[in-house]
Design a protein around this ligand. Structure first.
Ligand code: IMP
Length: 427
């Protein structure tokens, strides 16, 4: 029963799409377990480039069943347009399964996300504005709308009424916006019911049966460890659990079933949105990483903040996820630097600290302590095995592995599907 979890070890955008796609051929099910269309995967297949936001990247591998688990929040209009975009390019999406227990991102939750951010002013989180936080808030407040509610008009109407009761007070009295009508929302949501019906299923049962039959199931996290609502840089986080435990709750699979937890780790660090980022660069090195790495959000089109590799964060990701392996991505982006700084510890108020501080104030004060590693100038994109890498690139990878606390089992040396060095097989 190989059940693998693949998740971002930093602040997201580590290149998970490529890793999932690499495994896609041998994987029977690819499951998203949290987040929504705030995620963004770019997957390159042949000369085709696909940008996926909500769908699991396994949708591009024939033979693989993509699953949207109960822990995901689904914007039906985005889902349907992502599906039709793929169909127009000849991708068969008919195998998709969507949990009836997944929550729906309603139009009013997108509105609430945007007005709340505006209201927060300079204290804003820098959300993707896709309604993710308010939808999870409704779920926890027990006024959420689930996919299964689309199939009972009376229940749906009662639930939308309950949700809008308070929200309309807030929108009109606090934010000075117009109230949202229950009927209009219900009508829009009912309009999605038939189109989604072929995909809706009891995904918990399907996945557990698949594991009993020894199928390979891959759980694909959106965002990253440091954006986790519990283990990330709260409050500058997303509203779900991308960390490994989230795979269990967000898909309905017990922790004893998980066999491998793979952290995707970029060879440097990026972040979108607000919040602390100790190794962030504001100079031409940061600009160069952004340019060479193509560091612009797939979902939002925002430039990503860029900085050097942070081993303190990588160690933390190993710990909170119980990582068994790393997939190191974008090593090629570092080609050409004479020396590459790597953050090995922090200095906080004059003291050297080896581990991520739990205190938000301490983390805000953390200054990186760098060790300089020698760089390389050779093109590494054609490297097929670890020994093909220049000696200094090998030493960089080995140093990162030692500092991060788990073996690096694959290395991305270019954006294409084949531009990966596999060291240990994930299966
Ligand atoms: P939300 O998920 O839209 O609520 O945004 C919360 C924070 O998570 C913001 O800083 C976003 O920029 C960040 N975020 C959300 N999704 C992603 C992602 O897929 N990659 C990187 N950052 C993300």
């Amino acid at each position: 029963m190989p059940a693998l979890v693949l998740l971002g070890a930093q602040w997201g955008d580590e290149g998970k799409g490529k890793a999932t796609d690499l495994l896609g051929g041998s994987v029977d099910y690819v499951v998203r377990y949290q987040g929504g269309n705030n995620a963004g995967h770019t997957v390159v297949v042949g000369d085709q480039k696909y940008a996926l936001h909500l769908l699991p990247s396994g949708i591009l591998s024939p033979g693989c069943t993509p699953v949207i688990g109960n822990g995901v929040v689904v914007d039906p209009s985005v889902l349907l347009s992502e599906l039709s975009g793929l169909n127009e390019r000849g991708v068969d999406t008919s195998k998709l399964l969507i949990s009836g227990n997944a929550h729906i991102i309603t139009p009013y939750n997108v509105t609430v996300d945007k007005v709340t951010e505006r209201f927060l002013g300079k204290r804003k989180i820098g959300t993707t504005g896709r309604g993710i936080g308010p939808t999870y808030a409704d779920k926890i407040n027990r006024v959420g709308i689930r996919v299964q509610d689309l199939y009972d008009e009376s229940i749906l109407t009662q639930k939308v009424e309950a949700a809008l009761d308070v929200k309309n007070q807030m929108l009109t009295k606090l934010f000075n916006r117009r109230a949202i009508g229950v009927e209009q929302v219900v009508e829009e949501l009912l309009g999605y019911a038939d189109k989604l019906a072929p995909y809706v299923s009891d995904t918990v049962l399907v996945l557990n049966q698949a594991l009993e039959q020894d199928k390979v199931v891959l759980f694909e996290g959106g965002q990253g460890t440091l954006l986790d609502i519990d283990h990330g840089t709260y409050p500058f986080v997303t509203s779900s659990n991308p960390t490994a435990g989230g795979a269990c709750t967000g898909a309905g699979v017990g922790p004893t079933k998980i066999s491998r937890v793979i952290g995707i780790l970029k060879a440097y660090t990026t972040r979108v949105g607000a919040g602390p980022f100790p190794t962030e660069l504001f100079d031409e090195d940061g600009e160069a990483l952004r340019r060479i790495g193509g560091e612009r959000g797939v979902t939002t089109g925002r430039d990503r903040r860029c900085g050097w590799f942070d081993a303190v964060i990588a160690r933390y990701a190993t710990r909170v996820n119980g990582l068994t392996d790393f997939f190191l991505t974008k090593l090629d982006v570092l080609t050409g630097w004479e020396q590459i700084p790597v953050c090995v510890a922090y200095e906080i108020d004059g003291k050297r600290v080896e581990e991520l501080p739990y205190s938000q104030s301490d983390f805000h004060h953390a200054k990186p302590v760098y060790e300089m590693l020698p760089g390389w100038s050779e093109d590494i994109s054609k490297a097929k095995s670890f020994s093909d890498l220049p000696k200094n690139a090998q030493a960089y990878v080995k140093a990162l592995e030692e500092m991060s606390g788990a073996p690096i089992s694959a290395i991305g040396v270019g954006p294409g599907r084949t531009e990966t060095i596999e060291i240990n097989s994930f299966l």
